[in-house]
Design a protein around this ligand. Structure first.
Ligand SMILES: [Zn+2]
Length: 188
């Protein structure tokens, strides 16, 4: 049975920390990835980084529905089927496309907060898979966006950092309340 973790919220210090690289893909890492997929699905998310379950390690999971894997106006599929569910160990973006696009994003650590984020349309990603095998893949569209959002988490970067100043200003009150609530919950 998979374990469902509590997802930490904005204001928890681990969300601002850099993840430690994974030295070896062990059964423990595979079990954590499985539990992170289960936690993400239970929360109706499309991605989750280990920091969001309180673990400062370079592991994130992404799974997007097949209907999201097209251009905004429809058309052919963008990525191979097997890439729509990814567990990324020590992921690194090694190339980004000049083409960028904006889309409203959410984050499981920021309930009810959304904002437009501009990101490259396509990325080349290097990572280790759960078999311990080094991989290099090119991703595009929503899948590339979800991976960029999760890889940001591993650097201690969250999506509000990438929003416009105007949007951050508009969210200021809500962000402060969320942070205050998180800090109040953390009191013994
Ligand atoms: Zn997030």
């Amino acid at each position: 049975m998979a374990k469902i973790y509590e997802i930490v919220k904005y204001g928890t210090p681990v969300l601002r920390e850099k993840a430690e690289p994974v030295a070896e893909v062990t059964d423990e890492i595979r079990a954590l990835a499985r539990d992170m997929f289960a936690t993400m699905h239970a929360a109706n998310g499309v991605g989750l980084a280990a920091e969001q379950v309180g673990k400062r390690i370079a592991l994130c999971v992404v799974q997007i529905p097949v209907e999201y894997d097209v251009e905004e106006e429809g058309g052919p599929r963008l990525n191979r089927d097997d890439l729509l569910r990814l567990a990324l160990v020590n992921p690194r973006i090694v190339e980004t496309s000049a083409r960028t696009w904006k889309m409203s994003e959410g984050c499981l650590s920021f309930p009810d907060i959304t904002g437009s984020v501009e990101r490259p349309w396509a990325i080349t990603l290097e990572f280790t898979d759960l078999h311990g095998k080094p991989r290099r893949e090119q991703l595009q569209g929503f899948l590339a966006r979800a991976c960029q959002h999760e890889i940001d988490h591993l650097q201690g970067v969250v999506f509000i950092d990438r929003m416009s100043y105007a949007r951050r200003l508009a969210l200021k009150g809500r962000l402060r309340r969320l942070k205050d609530n998180t800090e109040a919950d953390a009191q013994p």
